[in-house]
Design a protein around this ligand. Structure first.
Ligand code: NAX
Length: 331
């Protein structure tokens, strides 16, 4: 195998010295995103106070001697960080602290994602794909996208895949099947406690979930609650928020964008709404997505009962509220 003849992909990761970065970078460098024949350059964007910690992470990356890692650029300068980026993973953000209102959180993060969006428009490669992980990821993605009108709206994704993966495992455990038997699991709406993991349209071994798991009280109650509150349960158990599973979901998300979706299946991504399923246009909304590897579509024609429709209405309302809170940051 020769890796020297292939032009490396430029992959930017923000918040690279953080927890998720610590899991993500090593998987990227080992080929988890583009496979074993595609070298990459990691472009690591951090704020000044974290540059020393980032140096340590880079030492460890060096010490892995990854054959696919063609270079590392560490910087706190936005244009250097996004220069020539084919993929931008926006992980770094400011977490919610005790006493912080949602509005404060949104505007602090707006201060991060607006200039990042502008720098992506100026400096990234013309084929850039952007995945926003840093919370509140849907609205952070909306802010960045709206400040980069030169980058087509369909290149922007907010991460709902961790919720999808969590939901699949809960269903598999309950049904006593392997997780690979669960398919067609969409997370509708916001990556937050209002998200709707759509069990009714999901399948287990090809059959609708409610036919396999007939306990509808569990599906509409404990199942949804477990998925929605999984992040908090991990903090409670580990003393730290989920990181390795988030990094894994970030790679899963982009693999789903760059590769064709399995026949009949779909995956979950937060994308710019064009009004599908009655969701107001422009919201960065979690939908079921099918990709060809080059382009993707929101899966059409799914139906929702009253329960699901109400859940989707609530998560839509929340995203509309977030959008109103950051109106002054939008273009
Ligand atoms: P950490 O606090 O460990 O790391 C964040 C890193 O971002 C820090 O190193 C910090 O210096 C850096 N940073 C802050 N502002 C920056 C800026 N303007 N430019 C570049 N870097 C900057 O958090 P971590 O656990 O890694 O989580 C990162 C984000 O992912 C958080 O917002 C978190 O809420 C979010 N998550 C999103 C998930 C999702 O499913 N969408 C799940 C996991 C995670 O909770």
């Amino acid at each position: 195998m020769s890796t020297t003849k292939t032009t490396p992909k430029q992959v930017t990761v923000t918040g690279a010295a953080g927890q998720i970065g610590y899991s993500l970078l090593f998987r990227l460098a080992s080929g988890a995103l583009f496979g074993p024949d595609q070298p990459i350059v990691l472009r690591l964007l951090e704020i000044e106070p974290a540059m020393k910690a980032l140096e340590g992470v880079i030492m460890e990356l060096d010490d892995c001697a990854f054959p696919l890692l063609a270079g590392i650029e560490a910087t706190s300068d936005l244009d250097t960080g996004f220069s020539g980026a084919n993929v931008a993973m926006l992980v770094g953000s400011v977490p919610r602290k005790a006493g912080m209102e949602r509005k404060d959180l949104l505007s602090i993060n707006g201060g991060i994602f607006k200039p990042q969006g502008q720098a992506i428009a100026r400096s990234a490669a013309s084929d850039v794909r952007v995945l926003v992980v840093g919370n509140p990821c849907n609205t952070n993605c909306l802010i960045a996208r709206s400040n980069a009108p030169e980058v087509p709206a369909e290149r922007w994704f907010a991460m709902t895949r961790l919720d999808e993966n969590r939901a699949k495992t809960q269903l598999a455990k309950r049904a006593g099947v392997e997780v690979a038997a669960v398919s067609n699991l969409a997370i509708w709406g916001n990556h937050s406690a209002t998200q709707f993991p759509d069990f009714a349209n999901a399948r287990i071994e090809g059959r609708p979930v409610p036919e396999v798991i007939t306990d509808s009280a569990w599906l509409t109650g404990a199942f949804i609650e477990t998925v929605q509150k999984r992040g908090a349960a991990i903090i409670e158990a580990r003393g730290l928020s989920s990181a390795a599973s988030a990094a894994n979901a970030a790679i899963d998300s982009l693999v789903s964008v760059f590769n064709p979706t399995a026949e009949g299946d779909w995956t979950s991504l937060g994308v710019a709404s064009k009004g599908e399923y009655g969701v107001p246009e422009g919201l960065q909304f979690g939908y079921p997505i099918r990709s060809t590897g080059d382009s993707w579509e929101v899966v059409p024609g799914l139906t929702h009962d009253e329960f699901a429709a109400e859940r989707i209405r609530l998560t839509t309302e929340e995203l509309l509220g977030e959008r109103a809170d950051v109106a002054e940051l939008l273009n």
